[in-house]
Design a protein around this ligand. Structure first.
Ligand code: AHG
Ligand code: MN
Ligand code: MN
Ligand code: MN
Length: 332
């Protein structure tokens, strides 16, 4: 019986089309996949191996770290630091840029990641994920500095996420559409199950944390109230609402059946323009969403065009089905 197209086969064939491709990218992705399989295993075994619960440490954004936030961060580092493809790494769980240890060679890529997205859901057995973004290092073979990382999302070589849900999936783009792979645990391989993913242009489903409603700005108040008004309101149809509190799961739902996801700017804390982080949440997800025919904006501008000023910068996010995101943009 034929296995189907494995992720490795898919990437090798994809990279063959690029003149002068050295195989470094393929090898890097392979290491990321090993990390993701390892994380999938840890998340799946959960309480059996004592990885649930919180630590008493905080990360740079003041969130109390879960045990798994730290474990998954270490899994990403240890699987990706040794092979010589990277000039540096950065993550939600590390204050500064991670320098590749001296004993390893340096490469031409930068890896930025959210090792465990939706970690507030991990103890309650709801889907979580890993988000990653690959950039080119401005100077290959030299240790990357913080400013080397501050590139807009348009510069990404690859963006992807793993979803640890009822099955484990890997969804990624290298700028040539979006493809989804499902982990076949019997053979330990990701197999292409969702080729050419496309976000439907229209939707009747929106996702927003409604408990923040009193802090929303006027355009979001207007958009959501019009959705809630249903058939009797200006939209003339009923909407359904979802909120998983794992961005990976929300984006995956939108890639599968359409929808709009919003974590907008709000007035609660003027120092925080939104909740989600540009470099390892908003940028990679925006690359995937745009490649699947959707849109991703801050309200005023395209997220992929935002030039980061710092590693952990936050940004408002409105993404998903094209026709709905356009309405929200018009209201700004
Ligand atoms: P993380 O677990 O990596 O810190 O990210 C959580 C993010 C995102 O995944 C989710 O959409 C959002 O925070 C949930 O926010 P609320 O707690 O406001 O629901
Ligand atoms: Mn977090
Ligand atoms: Mn996250
Ligand atoms: Mn996280």
């Amino acid at each position: 019986m034929h296995t189907g197209t494995t992720l490795t086969q898919f990437i090798i064939e994809d990279q063959r089309k690029i003149a002068g491709a050295s195989g470094d990218f393929t090898a890097l992705l392979n290491d990321i996949v090993t990390a993701i399989k390892t994380i999938s295993n840890e998340v799946n075994r959960g309480a059996l191996i004592g990885v649930m619960g919180a630590l008493d440490t905080q990360n740079v954004q003041g969130e109390t770290q879960k045990k798994l936030d730290v474990i998954t961060n270490e899994i990403m580092i240890s699987n990706n630091e040794w092979a010589g493809h990277l000039a540096g790494m950065a993550s939600e769980e590390m204050d500064d840029v991670y320098s590749i240890p001296k004993q390893y060679p340096l490469g031409k890529y930068l890896l930025v990641f959210d090792p465990l997205d939706g970690s507030s859901n991990v103890d309650i057995n709801i889907s979580v994920g890993t988000i990653f973004s690959i950039l080119r290092a401005p100077t290959a073979g030299q240790a990357a500095s913080m400013s080397d990382f501050l590139q807009p999302g348009t510069k990404q070589v690859c963006a992807g996420y793993a979803l640890y849900g009822s099955s484990t999936m890997l969804v990624l783009t290298t700028g040539n559409g979006v493809n989804g792979f499902t982990l076949d645990r019997n053979i330990g391989e990701f197999v292409l199950t969702h080729p050419g993913m496309k976000i439907p242009e229209d939707t009747r489903e929106f996702a927003i944390n409604a408990s923040n409603q009193r802090f929303w700005e006027a355009p979001i108040q207007r958009y959501v109230s019009e959705c809630l008004a249903g058939t009797t309101g200006p939209r003339g149809r009923d909407f359904n609402m979802r909120w998983v509190a794992s961005m990976v799961a929300e984006v995956h739902r939108i890639l599968t059946r359409g929808g709009i996801f919003m974590y907008p700017r709000d007035t609660r804390d003027p120092s925080k323009p939104g909740r989600l982080r540009l470099m390892y949440e908003a940028s990679p997800m925006s690359f995937i969403v745009e490649q699947a025919g959707g849109l991703s904006i801050t309200g005023h501008e395209r997220i992929l065009g935002v030039v980061p000023e710092s590693l952990h910068q936050r940004v408002p996010v409105i993404l998903g089905s094209k026709n709905e995101v356009e309405i929200v943009q018009k209201y700004h």
